[in-house]
Design a protein around this ligand. Structure first.
Ligand SMILES: [Zn+2]
Ligand SMILES: [Zn+2]
Ligand SMILES: [Zn+2]
Ligand SMILES: [Zn+2]
Ligand SMILES: [Zn+2]
Ligand SMILES: [Zn+2]
Ligand SMILES: [Zn+2]
Length: 1840
């Protein structure tokens, strides 16, 4: 439709003409079209022989012209576009959205308005609907469904979005078909009629079958010649490979690689395409060759797994027709979507003859490949499901063919989503259609029959027996999709019942009963005695089936209960089914007697006969019985008289057996039955299953309790628990007597049996053995009995007290949920998700929690952590029921502990008496009688009396507790009856018979009751209060008195609560003050850190000890100066460290002979791009990279970090070797999921498991010796040198240097590709000679002194082992930092160390700034230790290099870059001035041959700082305009504000103004020298800009010299408040620069000369003027951020829903993943976007790993958008997931979008991620996460 219709091919015109005339004559048929296609289609769509099968393309333009044009023209009888428009205009705008979801599309459900969870909206509709303000749920589609916007049956309200409401308003218009000319309708008919059979025939073609005769290529096609290509295509074939779900991706790939001999990359592409399309052409050639390929593939894949890959050889012309057919379906789909008229015609055609076309397609569904199927399904949706009538017709056909379709589906192996069966959900969830199908198409019976036919195959003794893991199980799992359909059909119960509906429902119901009968008693278990079970019986399949049925059964009950006739019939049918199952053993009875009652009980022993947990039929009785009362019916109603109907005892018997079995398990009697049983019982109780298990069982027992006399009922229970003898008065006596008798008999026997004395000893031993074993048994028996009694009491309590079920207690649904929540929150406060998960879900996956939660609990957002918790409201404390039947034993004890603790702190009685339960509904009132019946009282008496008797063994505290609770319930009940004036229940009167009160009071103070003394006291008190209720005759008076009393107590209570409130407030206030004081103290400690650390280090041996100032009183920290002639002299202290491996202490820096041994820190060196200011740049060629200086944009760097744990070098070496050995021994595949990569020499710190890849040696302080020396001679004695002369000296060095290129030096075995060559400096004397000639002898002497004085050249002797460690570390920085191969002699090693030191300092500065901290505030000891060690090491580097010449060369080169510049050197805007300072100050002392010097913060360092600082200022000035486009207007405006700033801070506005003017002139000068046009600037603004922007540089210098010289830093730098201006001046002072002013620092003509040289470099101008170019840094203070994310998560997911995989044209990416560093979207974890990396390695890595290598130098942080997970990657094989920064309203994350609550960005969480990234801790985080989840299934991170 999207083409120009006016250009028509003449042959096409002729063709259309011919068809039209045939049509007019009434002779036109599909055959005419097909004959044309027979010839034309192969011509256009045949794949060419030996083509590249991955890139088969066709001439689509030609196809449009030759194939589609004629169709459309004929169909429209003229210009198609005009006709389309006309038809479309007839269309009312669509009122139904119907947008079909693709895999991964976001879908939105509304929890307030959706009829069920399958009702969803597309993103567009959602955004435009009222639901976006409701409680919506977001999830991602797995494909196949469509948007329900506009479907009245899908939404309770707000059916239409703003887009589709328009359609709704115009809808009432009439049938559009009436407005279309009949001629056109007929033509459309003809064409559709032609297309559909064609597509069907071709798409279901299978190998070996012939295609329709009329499409075959015939002999006569050989002639004429122009058709010869057609004939040829008969002889070309393709090998077609099909998708299946049995072979893995890798199997397919390796098969392809061998079978068609392609590259791995191509094989991956084929496999991806097969997975996506369902099939793919892999070869196009002659028949023989194609068959050969097929054979190879089949042979290869049939080897292990059995079924081979499906491969077919097909002629190309068939393929051509298939491709065309598929194109036609797409064309048709588009037409159908465009207008309703087309849809109506389509529906008419496919539904003709009872839907024979639909039927045909359903039948052949599994014969087609993936895309072909999906195309048909899409066509059904667009053509039929949008229109109510068509949908109904389709639903009927679908239902008629359901059975056959499901059978095909079972045999097929494709996912349900690509089966036509998946359309069921679209049809069955619509109530009108569902009800129609039930009534008219017998759909329930059809579904169930299909299901049952599969079950019949699995029957054993008429019970379902599901075996484990066989292929049968797979098909059984597939058939269970029927149960979902069943659930959809029953989703909404009918309002009106018709005769047909009733019979349809009951027919289905009857079959359901058959299914439930098969399950009743399945998986029976018999108690194992003697030995353990040999194998664990299968149990999971049955529970899986249960879970699916459990969703259906409540719906069935709801349907049945909504109509009296249906209910009666259903109940009768159920009784019949039960009668049929009633077996002989149920009928066997014996008589049991207790007190005066003799009861005929069913004979059964749970401890030896089979018991099952699956009793769905019994449970259905419970469910239906609850609804009988509504219609005035009950179990005994005459309507239910059925022969063989079970008696109430028989009814409850199966359920009772299960209860007793569980009790016996608790008593330890089933210990030998293994885990299968434990698991079953676990799930029986678990919230996922209990509604149709435990809950129904309790219900059924309660029902039985209303049907059986209370005394008899209790006897039935006692008997089943095997406690009849226990209940006898003389049980204990008898038990003891039996014991004695047994013993006596044994003895008698023994004495008579052995007359010989010789055997005496043996006999005695034997006797002892016999007795002890018997005793053991008895104790066991007694223990079991004790527990069984406890269980019995518990069950009785559950039956009488659990009433929070609508229909049993007088409560509604909301109270039920409240009760659950109260009980859960009594265990502990819970976050929303945990609470929600612990609540049972309704059929719509709703727990109803939101409705009631606020009335029972308060949501507490906890500080710190983001997750909030719900806490139970105080007023509900008393609702807590300790013996709540949904509690597990752990929950019970946990809640008891919590509640007791709460009461203790509140000063209340430490007991949890039973809460008042709601009243029973009328049918269940009978149950309370249990609480006053004789047997009950007898049991109470028995327990209490035995409690009193110290000899008695059969009682326990728990029994007492339960008895007291039961008494409590009885008293509650009596109170209720009293208030209702109902004399029926009178517990206290009846209890007089057993003197209950006397028994209770007798127990007070008894030592067996200490645990429950408070509960006992409560019970007695309650007893008295209930007694007083009824006893008093003067009721009125008493009640009023009671009221009085209660009010007075309540007044007293409120008074005391007021008092408490006040004292609480006072306590809170006190706490706050204490906190404040503590924090002040903390600050004090922090600001005086050094002081405190000194004291602590002397008191306890601390392995993290700071160098401390020698004498604090002499100089206050404020006056500290780190470098220059005024440098503060401090004596660094010797520090001792404890080795974490051998725990011995040592001092660093002593010679090897003495105690000191070499020590190291575990360290991690990583390549980094974190600080990059230019993400377009990357380090492409590390082998050639010159690390002399860091680039100004910091696009690359090497970061060093350490956990700060010290080890002896020897100990470390041993440990490391051990780790390597262990790992090497592991098979390769187990090395995959490690937290460290041994191939990169990674290991974990043995103490804290931090990731390390090298060891950083600890070295003695740089200044130790220097200080000693310098403090000896007064500073005045040494001659001084001016800055100008010093620069002259350096220039002299450069003048005499010599440069050799490498090639002529053969001995150079290292980096041969080094372009810079070797730079050799002159000797010091020659320089001095020269210098003397241009300056003075004093100057020359001073210059000599700079390099050769003792302070600078006295270096402590370093032991050789330490030296070794030093070269190792330096080399590691080189290898890991650059990512290159080892090369011990590389001259780049020292440069890398210095660059890394500079980069690490830059990072730390930025991290501190990001946290808005002063320079040294809250530095962790690991940061301090690491930086201190690293900087010292950097200072010592010249000692450990192989050739000192490397240092000299570097130093000279660097001097040349700064002082000379030149073509090859980078210009001023290209290097980082701080890194220049670090490298220069550390290398310059060693520049002269034979002189090895150290940087100690001397005069020279100060001069260097001045030069580098100046360079930085020039950088700032040159880039000023770029970020500060100043217009004159702004200048005027800012005048006043600008002036204020310096006054505030410095107080010396004069000096500052001087600075400002000086800067302006400097700016002019720089710009003039760079030939840049002058700009107008506002001086104060410029000054403010400079001060702000050079602070980071000064901070870095501060850090560097602080750790180098160990001069203590002034307090400002450690204060908790960061004031940048004060820090600026403070740093100037600390660095020995002129205080409060910039200008004096640079007031030297030599410096001005330098500025001119720097600026006049021609590249400067280019860099500055190239607007917007990334090449020039324009933001010096910017802290790199992670990409900014939208606040609303759904926005993010909507944007990626359209993200196509960049590798496969136009297809959606399955796992779109966003790089949080640069924002790039990637197609992760998918074969389509894997890349071979490194190139040529044949190792494929996923898109994220590949991207991380470049974007983050191997480290990456990503957001997996559809799952809302953060992915961290490092070093190619390591990775982990961490929680995302998106939280729901309860402060919880939702990884994997499982809950679907609306999510919003949380700034705190995101800044935490940012800080982790900025501080380079991603590798460490991964190591820790992996280590703590070592059990998790390994993930191949490199494939993500
Ligand atoms: Zn929609
Ligand atoms: Zn809509
Ligand atoms: Zn809504
Ligand atoms: Zn050690
Ligand atoms: Zn550590
Ligand atoms: Zn991809
Ligand atoms: Zn990136």
């Amino acid at each position: 439709m999207l083409f120009d219709h006016d250009i028509m091919d003449p042959t096409v015109a002729e063709l259309v003409e011919r068809w039209s005339s045939l049509y007019k004559e009434g002779r036109f048929s599909a055959l005419n079209v097909r004959e044309y296609w027979r010839v034309k289609v192969p011509e256009i769509y045949s794949p060419q022989p030996n083509c590249n099968c991955l890139r088969i393309t066709f001439d689509e333009e030609l196809a449009q012209k030759m194939l589609f044009d004629p169709l459309e023209r004929f169909m429209c009888g003229g210009d198609p576009s005009q006709v389309y428009q006309m038809v479309r205009q007839l269309d009312t705008p669509p009122s139904l959205c119907g947008r079909v979801f693709k895999n991964g599309d976001p879908t939105y459900g509304c929890r307030d308005c959706g009829m069920d969870p399958t009702c969803v909206l597309c993103a567009d509709c959602f955004k435009n609907s009222a639901h976006s303000k409701h409680r919506y749920k977001i999830s991602t589609s797995s494909g196949g469904g469509y948007c329900d916007c506009g479907d009245r049956e899908a939404w309770k309200s707000d059916v239409f979005c703003d887009i589709h409401i328009k359609g709704q308003m115009a809808e009432q218009s009439k049938n559009p078909l009436e407005m279309i000319p009949p001629d056109l309708i007929e033509r459309i008919h003809l064409i559709f009629d032609c297309i559909l059979p064609y597509a069907k025939e071709l798409l279901t073609y299978e190998e070996g079958f012939s295609i329709p005769k009329d499409l075959e290529i015939r002999e006569q096609d050989r002639e004429p010649t122009n058709l010869s290509s057609l004939y040829d295509s008969k002889d070309t074939f393709v090998t077609m490979l099909y998708n299946d779900e049995t072979h893995t991706y890798d199997q397919v790939i390796s098969t392809l690689e061998r079978a068609i001999d392609c590259s791995q990359k191509d094989a991956v592409a084929f496999a991806t395409s097969i997975d996506r399309e369902g099939r793919c052409i892999v070869r196009c050639s002659s028949f023989q060759q194609c068959s050969q390929t097929k054979n190879v593939m089949e042979k290869q894949t049939s080897r292990g797994s059995g079924r081979p890959l499906r491969v077919q050889v097909m002629p190309t012309y068939v393929i051509a027709h298939q491709i065309f057919a598929s194109r036609l379906l797409t064309w048709l789909h588009n037409i159908l979507e465009s207008a309703q008229a087309f849809r109506l015609i389509f529906s008419e055609i496919v539904n003709r003859d009872g839907g024979s076309i639909v039927e045909n397609i359903i039948w052949t569904d599994t014969k087609m490949w993936k895309t072909a199927r999906v195309q048909w399904h899409r066509l059904f949706i667009s053509g039929m499901l949008m229109d109510q009538e068509s949908k109904k017709m389709f639903a009927r056909t679908f239902t008629k063919n359901y059975s056959r379709m499901m059978k095909d589906f079972i045999l097929d192996d494709h996912d349900h989503a690509v089966s036509v069966a998946s359309l069921g959900v679209q049809l069955f969830t619509m109530p009108t259609i569902a009800h129609m199908l039930v009534a008219e198409e017998d759909v329930l019976a059809r579904l169930l029959n299909t299901f049952l036919s599969e079950c019949d195959k699995k029957l054993k003794d008429n019970k379902l027996a599901l075996e484990q893991r066989s292929s049968n199980t797979l098909s059984f799992r597939r058939i269970q999709y029927i149960l979902y359909d069943l659930k959809y059909l029953l989703g909404v119960k009918p309002e009106v019942w018709t005769r047909e509906l009733r019979s349809g429902f009951l027919h289905g119901y009857n079959l359901l009963l058959r299914l439930l009968s098969m399950m009743q008693g399945m998986d029976p278990m018999v108690r194992q005695v003697g030995t353990h079970m040999e194998y664990e019986p299968e149990w999971e399949s049955a529970f899986n089936l249960h879970i699916k049925l459990a969703a259906v059964i409540p719906l069935v009950i709801e349907w049945a209960a909504s109509d009296r006739i249906v209910l009666i019939k259903a109940y009768r049918m159920l009784m019949k089914s039960l009668a049929e199952l009633c077996t002989e053993d149920m009928k066997r009875r014996y008589v049991r007697e207790l007190l005066d009652y003799s009861v005929s009980c069913i004979e059964y022993d749970v401890s030896s006969a089979p018991v099952s947990i699956h009793l769905p039929l019994s449970r259905l009785v419970a469910g239906l019985t609850l609804h009988l009362d509504k219609y005035g019916l009950n179990y005994n109603s005459p309507e239910f008289l059925v022969t063989g109907k079970p008696s109430p005892e028989e009814l409850m018997e199966p359920v009772l057996r299960t209860q007793v079995m569980i009790a016996q398990v608790h008593a330890g009697m089933w210990r030998r039955n293994g885990f299968s049983l434990i698991n079953q019982i676990y799930f029986y109780h678990n919230v996922r299953c209990r509604q149709e298990m435990l809950d129904r069982d309790v219900m059924l027992l309660q029902i039985a309790a209303t049907l059986i006399d209370s005394n008899e009922f209790l006897v039935h229970l006692l008997n089943r628990f095997n406690l009849m003898s226990w209940a006898q008065e003389d049980y204990e006596m008898k038990y003891l007597r039996d014991d004695v008798e047994d013993g006596v008999a044994g003895k008698a026997h023994a004495t008579t049996a052995t007359p010989h004395r010789a055997f005496r000893v043996f006999r005695q031993v034997h006797l002892v053995l016999v007795n002890s074993s018997k005793l053991g048994n008895d104790e066991d028996n007694m223990r079991q009995t004790v527990v069984l009694v406890e269980e019995y009491l518990q069950l009785v309590m559950t039956i009488v007290s659990e009433r929070y079920t609508p229909g049993i207690g007088q409560i509604g649904e909301e109270e039920r949920i409240k009760k659950e929540i109260i009980q859960l929150l009594s265990i502990e406060p819970m976050p929303h998700s945990v609470l929600n998960k612990a609540l049972p879900e309704g059929t719509n996956h709703e727990t109803g929690m939101e409705k009631v939660i606020d009335s029972v609990a308060d949501f507490k957002k906890s500080s710190g952590a983001t997750k909030g918790f719900y806490e139970l409201k105080k007023s509900y404390y008393s609702h807590y029921n300790l013996f709540f039947y949904h509690y597990t034993r752990e929950e019970q004890s946990k809640s008891e502990v919590a509640q007791r603790a709460r009461k203790k702190t509140a000063g209340e009685e430490e007991c949890c008496p039973p809460p008042v339960p709601p009243a029973f509904t009328v049918p269940f009132t009978m149950i309370v009688n249990i609480l006053q019946c004789d047997v009950f009282l007898h049991i109470l008496k028995t327990v209490l009396k035995r409690m009193m008797d110290l000899k008695s063994q059969s009682v326990s505290e728990s029994q007492l507790q339960k008895v007291l609770h039961l008494v409590g319930y009885a008293l509650h009940e009596e109170e209720r009856y009293y208030h209702n004036n109902d004399p029926y229940f009178h517990f206290t009167r009846r209890a007089q018979k057993i003197n209950l009160l006397g028994l209770l009071e007798g127990l007070v103070g008894h030592h067996r009751t200490t645990t429950h003394k408070d509960l006992l006291a409560w019970t007695i008190r309650k007893y008295h209060s209930v007694l007083s209720l009824s006893a008093s005759s003067s009721k009125e008076a008493q009640t009023s008195e009671a009221v009085m009393a209660s009010t007075s107590t309540s007044v007293a209570a409120s008074a005391s609560s007021e008092k408490k409130r006040r004292s609480d407030i006072a306590a809170q206030r006190k706490a706050r003050i204490m906190m404040k004081m503590a924090s002040m103290q903390q600050n004090f400690i922090k600001t005086n850190e050094t002081l405190f650390q000194e004291t602590s280090s002397t008191e306890q041996t601390n392995d993290v000890v700071e160098p401390t100032p020698m004498d604090l009183t002499e100089q206050l920290p404020e006056d500290m100066i780190a470098i220059g002639p005024r440098q503060t002299l401090v004596q660094p202290q010797e520090v001792s460290h404890t080795c974490i491996l051998c725990h011995q202490e040592d001092q660093v820096g002593r010679g090897e002979g003495s105690t000191g041994r070499a020590m190291v820190l575990g360290a991690l060196v990583q390549r980094s791009t974190v600080l990059s200011r230019n993400r377009a740049r990357r380090l492409d060629q590390p082998d050639n990279h010159d690390p002399l200086l860091l680039p100004a944009d910091l696009y690359w760097g090497a970061h060093t970090s350490s956990c700060g744990h010290t080890m002896h070098a020897h100990c470390w070496q041993e440990y490391f070797d051990d780790v390597v050995k262990k790992e090497r021994r592991k098979p390769y595949r187990f090395r995959q999921n490690l937290s460290f990569d041994i191939d990169k020499s990674e290991y974990l710190c043995p103490l804290c498991e931090a990731l390390c890849n090298t060891a950083l040696p600890l070295l003695p302080s740089v200044t130790t010796t220097a200080v000693n020396l310098r403090s000896q001679d007064p500073p005045s004695a040494t001659p001084t040198i001016s800055l100008t002369d010093w620069i002259k000296g350096l220039q002299t060095i450069l003048k005499h240097k010599s440069v050799h290129s490498h090639r002529d030096e053969k001995e150079e075995e290292e980096d041969t590709n080094c372009v810079e060559g070797t730079w050799t400096p002159p000797s010091l004397p020659s320089v001095v000679m020269d210098l003397m000639s241009i300056t003075s002898p004093e100057t020359a002497e001073a210059f000599t002194n700079l390099f050769s004085n003792l302070a600078a050249t006295t270096i402590p002797a370093i032991p050789s082992y330490t030296m070794n460690m030093m070269s190792n570390f330096a080399h590691a920085v080189y290898v890991h930092g650059l990512g290159v191969h080892p090369n011990l002699s590389s001259r780049r090693i020292p440069l890398m160390v210095w660059a890394s030191a500079a980069y690490t300092i830059l990072t730390l500065e930025e991290t501190q700034r990001n946290a808005n901290r002063a320079l040294l505030t809250s530095l962790s000891s690991r940061q301090r230790d690491c930086l201190s060690a690293l900087i010292r090491f950097a200072a010592y580097v010249p000692q450990c290099v192989k050739k000192k010449q490397a240092i000299e060369s570097a130093s000279v080169r660097l001097l040349s870059v700064i002082l000379e510049g030149g073509e090859t050197a980078p210009c001023i805007l290209e290097w980082d001035s701080f890194s220049a300072l670090v490298t220069l100050s550390l290398s310059l002392p060693s520049i002269f041959p034979k002189i090895l010097g150290m940087a100690v913060g001397s005069m020279q360092d100060l001069y260097l700082l001045q030069v580098c600082f100046l360079a930085h200022l020039v950088q700032l000035l040159l880039t000023y305009e770029k970020q500060n486009p100043v217009s004159e207007m702004e200048v005027e405006d800012d005048e006043e504000g600008g002036e204020e700033a310096p006054k505030d801070s410095a107080g010396e506005s004069g000096a500052a103004t001087g600075d400002a003017e000086w800067l302006v002139s400097m700016l002019d000068h720089c710009r003039r020298m760079a030939s840049l046009p002058p700009i107008a600037v506002q001086p104060q603004r410029l000054l403010a800009y400079i001060k702000e922007n050079c602070l980071p540089f000064l901070r870095c210098c501060g850090l560097f010299f602080h750790f180098l010289t160990e001069v203590p830093a002034p307090e400002e730098l450690q204060s908790s408040v960061f004031v940048w201006e004060s820090e600026f001046y403070c740093l100037l002072r600390y660095l020995g620069l002129s205080i409060n002013q910039l200008r004096p620092t640079f007031d030297d003509p030599a410096l001005l000369e330098l500025v001119s040289r720097w600026c006049s470099d021609s590249r400067v101008r280019t860099l500055v003027t190239s607007a917007g170019s990334e090449a020039c840094v324009n933001s010096w203070t910017r802290i790199n951020q992670l990409v900014s994310l939208p606040h609303d998560y759904s926005e993010l997911i909507n944007t990626v829903s359209q993200f196509p995989c960049p590798a496969s044209s136009g297809d959606d990416s399955r796992t779109p993943t966003m790089c949080l560093v640069c924002g790039k979207m990637l197609c992760s974890q998918s074969y389509c976007c894997q890349t071979e990396f490194p190139e040529g390695s044949r190792v494929m890595v996923g898109a994220c790993t590949y991207h991380a290598h470049y974007c983050g130098a191997g480290t990456g942080i990503f957001l997996r958008v559809r799952e809302c997970k953060i992915l961290l990657l490092s070093g190619r094989i390591k990775g982990c997931f961490v929680s995302p920064p998106y939280l729901d309203e309860y402060g919880e994350t939702d990884q994997g979008l499982k809950r679907g609550n609306p999510l919003h960005l949380d700034a705190t969480q995101y800044s935490r991620l940012h800080a982790m990234w900025l501080s380079h801790s991603i590798p460490d985080t991964i190591a820790h996460t992996v280590e703590s989840n070592s059990g998790v299934v390994p993930t191949e991170w490199q494939h993500l």
